[in-house]
Design a binder for this molecule. Structure first.
Ligand code: FCB
Length: 462
């Protein structure tokens, strides 16, 4: 089976995605304030290689070179994120003109190359000053986010038409406030669900604020969704599937797309009362109709809740999944990337179907999809055949989704270039472009040349 770009609609968005903290560097120039990642990367042991995003890809200074690389790839779209603390150093008050100027220049550079900017307003880098006041556990942070979103849209609405409020609120709540794995590295257990609610309320505030500032804007949110399977038909394994699907998928899809939180998940979390008292009144705001849903798809979870003593190989869900800590993520023997994430291209169709079932009229985008491998440059080339295959298989899954009639409007490869991979530091490479961090030299990998030949029509997907 082969796929050609010509098999996709002419207006299909083909892009790459990045995030501010992972690429920009320049953490304290031009009036930028510290974010929770500037702080967290300094906590001993928090980052696998002990490094920070202080330099990263030096994109803040090299963005023109990076846009030129994208133009050469042939993408028509680019998803980047805006660092809140470049716009408001402490998360409040008037905009910092230098911060706005950076993103305006970036957007203009993209438009000049025929590349449509998709701006994410929050890819995890909360101003530290807001974390000092309680971060996403506080309702006020949602109000601040709504204000920030409106300010940015009124400054940049003439050069950015497509907005994503939040990236993966599951990560910035459960992984960050329950698992302690991402900034701010807190472990408050099931109360992390309150952070999730405040993130979603912030989204609910941001959508009308963006539209008020820029009436033509298209606004969406990006969720990380997982294809989900029970390891067996046993009642316990099926319940494990219900729980984990509930925490990572339904807990975000339902409030945003139809309104209200899944009661079974609130019960698993022991948070029914708090939500009844504090979140029910926000249901309509959180569910403010959006123009599209972004989905980040990487993998499938196969889960089990085996009886004590049973021999099932897997990783316990642990602190990140409050109330469901003992569920096992089972090793089925499926091939994995260097992140240890099992590869299941067909699972991408599962998550598109999952979202589609909530709101059949809603346009969908894959706003991230990609793979990490330990690449090396040999004679100026990076032969990343495994990543090329991963990309090819997932592009074919997009084609299958379209053939099924799913309203898929675009695909963004994660990521343009190797970068700071959060808790993994620089030890995991996801780029289509290799970055030598000692020289900042960019080298297009084989996966990148493959994507270019697909996009420019000079090659087939084989
Ligand atoms: C996603 C994040 C992105 C990147 C990829 C590998 O969860 O949105 O920033 O780290 O994973």
């Amino acid at each position: 089976m082969t796929a050609h770009r010509g098999d996709f609609p002419a207006d299909f968005a083909w892009g790459t995605a990045t995030a501010s903290y992972q690429i920009e560097g320049a953490p304290d120039v031009d009036g930028k304030g510290p974010s929770i990642w500037d702080t967290f990367t300094r906590v001993p042991g928090a980052i696998a290689d002990g490094r920070t995003g202080d330099v990263a890809d030096d994109h803040y200074r090299r963005f023109r070179e990076d846009v030129a690389i994208m133009a050469d790839l042939g993408v028509n779209s680019y998803r980047f994120s805006i660092a809140w603390s470049r716009i408001q150093a402490d998360g409040t008050g008037p905009v910092n003109p230098a911060g706005i100027a950076f993103y305006r220049t970036l957007a203009e550079e993209l438009l000049g190359r025929g590349i449509t900017p998709y701006a994410t307003l929050y890819h995890w880098d909360l101003p530290q000053a807001l974390e000092d006041r309680g971060g996403w556990l506080e309702r006020d942070t949602a109000e601040r986010f709504g204000e920030y979103a409106g300010l940015v849209a009124s400054e940049l609405g003439d050069v950015v038409g497509d907005w994503i409020t939040l990236n993966e609120p599951w990560c910035s709540s459960f992984l960050s406030y329950a698992g302690g794995i991402h900034a701010p590295g807190r472990t408050v257990g099931a109360h992390a669900a309150r952070a999730a609610h405040h993130l979603l309320l912030g989204h609910g505030r941001a959508v009308p604020a963006i539209r008020a500032a820029s009436p033509e804007a298209k606004v969406g949110i990006t969720l990380n969704l997982y294809s989900m399977r029970a390891a067996s038909d046993s009642a316990a394994d099926r319940d494990a599937e219900r729980r984990i699907d509930g925490l990572v998928n339904r807990f975000f899809l339902q409030p945003v797309l139809t309104g209200g939180y899944p009661q079974d998940v609130l019960a698993d979390l022991g948070e029914t009362e708090w939500f009844a008292e504090h979140a029910t009144r926000d249901a309509a705001d959180v569910a403010t109709p959006i123009d599209f849903l972004g989905i980040n798809y990487y993998s499938r979870h196969v889960v089990a809740d085996p009886p004590i003593g049973a021999e099932v190989v897997g990783e316990p869900a642990g602190l990140t999944y409050p109330g469901s800590e003992s569920v096992l993520f089972v090793d089925t023997g499926a091939p994995r990337t260097a992140m240890g994430w099992p590869i299941h291209p067909e699972g991408m169709v599962d998550v598109l179907e999952m979202a589609h079932a909530y709101r059949p009229d809603l346009p969908l985008y894959i706003t991230e999809n990609g793979s990490a491998y330990p690449d090396t440059v040999v004679d100026g080339e990076v032969e990343d055949e495994a990543r090329r295959r991963y990309l090819e298989q997932h592009v074919m899954a997009c084609s299958a989704a379209l053939q099924q009639g799913l309203p898929l409007k675009g695909y963004f490869a994660w990521t343009l270039m190797d970068n700071f991979e959060w808790a993994w530091g620089y030890s995991r490479r996801f780029g289509l472009v290799h970055v030598d961090y000692s020289t900042q030299k960019r080298t297009l990998k084989r996966s990148g040349t493959w994507f270019r030949s697909f996009l420019t029509g000079s090659g087939d997907v084989r």
